[in-house]
Design a protein around this ligand. Sequence first.
Ligand code: GCU
Length: 342
Amino acid sequence: MKRALRALSLTLLGAVLLGVLPGCGAAADERQIVRIGHNQSTGHPTHIALTAFEAFIEERLGDKYNVEVYPSELLGSQNEMVQLTQTGAINFCVASNSLLETFSENYSIFNLPYLFASSEAYHAAMDDENVTGPIFSSTKQAGFEAVTWLDAGTRNFYTVSAPIESPADLKGLKIRTQQSPTNVEMMRLLGGSATPMGFGEVYTALQSKVIDGAENNEMALTDNGHGDVCKYYSYDMHQMIPDILIGNLAFLDSLNEQERAVFEEGFALVNRVEREEWSLAVENAKRKAQDEQGVQFYYPDTAPFQQACAPLHQSMLAGNPALIPTYEAIEAYNAQYPSTGT
Ligand code: GCU
């Protein structure tokens, strides 16, 4: 099934690059196709939000633009989609903030473990353009720009054989991480062995025991089937990493003022719809994982995990002192919305 899907996505990607998808070059349809790729299923909040964007743009600018949303890695892995967005082969994609730190170091700030004290502090910081502005525009020289962020919840460890109740339980375990230097370093500090790979490869790697576990939000258990293999999910709460909608810079710059204003409204809509859908989606995922997949949830003391990761904050700021004001602004939100300990 996976292989068939991959073959389909390669064919589709080839078609996109050659411009032979329906609509391209069809004499009757002069509209410009706006392609958006992401790696989630069609039931995921990300897809629901992008579908709302599609409807909104076509309602307002439908004579000129035809928006097409490609889910489920149909256009490739996130890494591949970022590169396609960079070159303009596609117009937008959703990428985890993790991956973007290899395009601009500034993004590493949002990948820091235990950066946000609570989800309220996380949301308030991400909604503050003084916090996100310097980060979101920092990939312009790479050919793309972040246009909004999406909530991807809290990342926690889940494993095949035994629960993770303290960092010592990670010792000797191969844990899939995202392809990001910060995440690899985090695993080293926690004592596990990082195995970086793309999201689409994780299920097979778990099933074939190439890895002992992974880390993600609750949706990965159900939507991606990881809970069929991993029965222990531990709320160590190590990261709140946003997903980022990025757009090709040349495309964004080609929009006239009025069109850009409509697209900006559309980006705000993506953020709003996704966040409205998110909490309910996580609640449903947790219930389904528990009742239908038999996943058990654990609530370890997070302090030892946090202590182990603390050096990453210092090393990131020492390596990029320009981010100190952003870090301080986030600390101010943490003071305003402290952890409630749940
Ligand atoms: C989450 C996130 C994705 C990311 C994935 C991963 O699902 O929303 O953007 O690709 O984690 O762990 O790779």
